[in-house]
Design a protein around this ligand. Structure first.
Ligand SMILES: Nc1ncnc2c1ncn2[C@@H]1O[C@H](COP(=O)(O)OP(=O)(O)OP(=O)(O)O)[C@@H](O)[C@H]1O
Ligand SMILES: [Mg+2]
Length: 317
């Protein structure tokens, strides 16, 4: 069978998908098992591998499977003269800082492009200030310009709830209306992703009753557990060719446990981990210079004392 992307161009997506994660699938379970199947479905295989680089994100992995299966089956249906449905793929991403929302949105943009759903598949991240203007009419104009640039790709609105900040009189409302209009306008083939903290996003959606149904896909990005954050530490260090001592590992685990609890809502999850790794790399470098130790093992080894959690504790969160 042909690769879904190489065969004819798919229609644009416009009908509602009642998204539910594939609950029955086990964790990390691929739709395909044999090498032949994986080769046949190489786009899905590639994206599964890409997502496997990240810890958790089970819901996203399920969604990618669903979208792939839907497009693939649509093609098979078209080949037999059956109707091929269209779907709305606008999404809401809810989660705290550093839980992977931007990372996932970028991957999804690329995936939808590879699958022929989006013409360009580029990723455009904006926030309130990029959409909202200063006088009547200015907002619609600014938002329309952004929409034009995002056409064919993914438009990602971070902290989207801030569009509702000032209530009815605020220009944010105009930005929302312009976005909604564009979503219904068939000329704009783009996927809109609204992202932000869970509570704020829920409040925002409750204020705009017309909105939730326009975003049939809602993904929660929960805070990572201490084990998942430790797994990130391991992966990030391995990727950068460092080895962590057991003592170092215990030290980091204790710290993460504490800081997750202390910072609760503001804890920046994956970003925090990346920051402490980068800080530790600098600390280790300073230590090695001081020790005058440049042998292979010294260069590889990351010790307890390299993790001071100074700057990452205060500035970098
Ligand atoms: N599941 C994960 N596995 C590995 N690394 C991750 C994971 N989630 C996030 N990260 C890392 O954490 C950092 C922050 O992720 P990202 O920018 O996607 O978060 P975000 O949810 O968009 O945050 P914010 O709401 O603050 O914009 C990135 O370096 C990313 O690679
Ligand atoms: Mg982000």
């Amino acid at each position: 069978m042909s690769n879904p992307v190489n065969s004819k161009k798919r229609g644009r997506i416009n009908v509602v998908l009642n998204h539910k994660p594939i609950e029955k699938m086990g964790k990390n379970e691929s739709l395909f098992q044999t090498e032949l199947e994986k080769e046949e479905h190489d786009i899905l295989t590639r994206f599964e591998e890409k997502l496997e680089e990240y810890v958790g994100l089970e819901e996203v992995k399920g969604l990618v499977n669903e979208i792939y299966a839907w497009i693939y089956i649509n093609q098979r249906r078209e080949e037999l003269g059956l109707k091929a449905s269209k779907q709305v793929l606008h999404m809401i991403f809810k989660g705290n800082p550093g839980t992977g929302k931007t990372t996932v949105a970028r991957i999804i943009a690329d995936f939808l492009h590879q699958m022929g759903v989006l013409a360009k598949g580029h990723f455009m991240e904006v926030e309130r200030a990029d959409l909202v203007g200063e006088y009547i009419g200015h907002t619609a104009q600014k938002t329309r310009e952004v929409l034009k640039k995002a056409s064919g790709g993914v438009l990602f609105v971070d902290e989207a709830y801030s569009l509702a900040r000032g209530g009815e009189k605020d220009f944010g409302k105009e930005a929302i209306d312009t976005l909604v209009k564009a979503m219904e306008d068939h000329q704009h083939d783009f996927v809109l992703i609204l992202a932000g903290y869970s509570k704020e996003m829920e409040y925002f959606l409750s204020l705009n009753p017309g909105l939730p149904s326009r975003f049939p896909i809602a993904i929660d990005f929960p805070n990572y557990t201490t084990d998942q954050l430790m797994e990130m530490v391991r992966r990030m260090l391995a990727e950068r060719e460092y080895e962590l001592t057991t003592d170092g590992e215990i030290h980091i685990r204790d710290h993460i446990r504490k800081i997750r609890y202390e910072q609760e809502r503001t804890f920046s999850n994956g970003r925090y981990i990346r920051n402490i790794i980068e800080e530790a790399i600098r600390m280790q470098a300073v230590r090695l210079l001081r020790e005058n130790a440049y042998d292979r093992q010294s260069l590889l080894t990351m010790k307890r004392e390299d993790f001071k959690f100074h700057s990452s504790h205060v500035k970098l969160n």
